[in-house]
Design a protein around this ligand. Structure first.
Ligand SMILES: Nc1ncnc2c1ncn2[C@@H]1O[C@H](COP(=O)(O)OP(=O)(O)OP(=O)(O)O)[C@@H](O)[C@H]1O
Length: 306
């Protein structure tokens, strides 16, 4: 705690780094710790924090660093023949290019919060979400989660050659729903997506969908389940205004159902409508963490937006 900035420490009495971790909340809960490395307390920017007292922590990110390693960054160095040649000539490993995408990010998310993540292109937003979801290992630092985080991105894996209908069923089962639950929720998912509004598209292979239709179906499948931690990467950027409004409503419902929602978006209005707290990343560092209006105003002043 002593290493936190004053503003952060005041607003986050159960901040990461304490050995108690996320189980320090009022209700003892299962804790999942992923990938440990040397504990670090890097310096980070911190703006004003929401005034309401925090509740039960669901995600604690503690001094997280994520580094991509690109092997054989030079031309031809990564090919099989180049590798064989190196082995025969007993040369060392090919050059490795490091991309330090997330640099010492720390924050705690609480049950019931909807947190927007903003920042310019390449600032590390998607990488941060993937690390929280357990899809990328931390280079240093720790991620603690209470419950299973689900990452809903525009790249979420659905099968293009299968029909929308089959994808709804497989997606539901993959999220841990029983066959009965999938059956019960099927029509609701299809109606929510609006895929069948104009024609019977749900019976067609997903490769025939526009990218917006596919993104709507992905969101609808993921949003049909109550998630402990739901992470949405740009999903609201696609779809028409009507679908965005429905999505925002659903996110509010998911929050009421006690989950935590993260939303990565370049659409500041979506963030304003949906989130009460925003993390602003730049060059992999957390520049600001605070109430939506405060952070978005600062971000817009920085980017020259209105
Ligand atoms: N698979 C990867 N391999 C190597 N570098 C990567 C990979 N994915 C992302 N990066 C790099 O990591 C940095 C952060 O990328 P990331 O996609 O997390 O940013 P972002 O804020 O989500 O960007 P955007 O707003 O454009 O979607 C960038 O420099 C990017 O080039």
């Amino acid at each position: 705690m002593a290493e936190q900035s004053a503003g952060e420490a005041a607003a986050q009495p159960q901040q990461a780094g304490s050995k108690a971790g996320p189980v320090a909340g009022p209700t003892p809960r299962r804790e999942t710790e992923r990938e440990t490395g040397p504990e670090t307390r890097p310096e980070q920017g911190a703006g004003p924090r929401p005034a309401t007292p925090p509740g039960v922590p669901t995600v604690v990110v503690d001094g997280l660093h994520v580094v991509y390693r690109i092997y054989g960054a030079g031309a031809g160095h990564g090919s099989a023949t180049a590798a064989l040649r190196r082995m025969l000539l007993r040369q060392g490993t090919p050059s490795v290019h490091l991309v330090h995408a997330v640099r010492g990010v720390s924050f705690t998310a609480y049950r019931g919060e909807a947190i927007g993540i903003i920042g310019s292109n390449g600032s590390g937003k998607s990488t941060l979400l993937k690390a929280i979801a357990g899809l990328l290992p931390p280079d240093r630092g720790r991620v603690y989660t209470d419950g299973q985080p689900s990452l809903l991105g525009v790249n979420a894996a659905l099968m293009n050659d299968l029909t929308g209908a089959v994808n709804v069923i497989l997606g539901g089962l993959a999220m841990g729903m029983s066959q009965e639950e999938v059956h019960e929720r099927y029509q609701g998912i299809v109606d929510f997506s609006g895929i069948n509004d104009k024609d019977d598209f749900i019976s067609l292979p997903m490769r025939t969908y526009s990218s917006g239709m596919a993104a709507r179906l992905r969101f609808s499948i993921a949003a049909a389940k109550n998630h402990d931690v739901l992470m949405i990467d740009e999903a609201l950027a696609t779809g028409d205004r009507d679908f965005q409004r429905r999505s925002e409503e659903r996110i509010r419902e998911l929050r009421k159902e006690a989950g935590t929602v993260f939303l990565v978006s370049h659409n500041n209005n979506s963030i304003r409508d949906t989130c009460d707290r925003v993390l602003w990343l730049e060059k992999g560092e957390l520049l600001m963490d605070g109430p939506t209006d405060t952070v978005i105003k600062a971000y817009e002043a920085h980017t020259g937006g209105s």
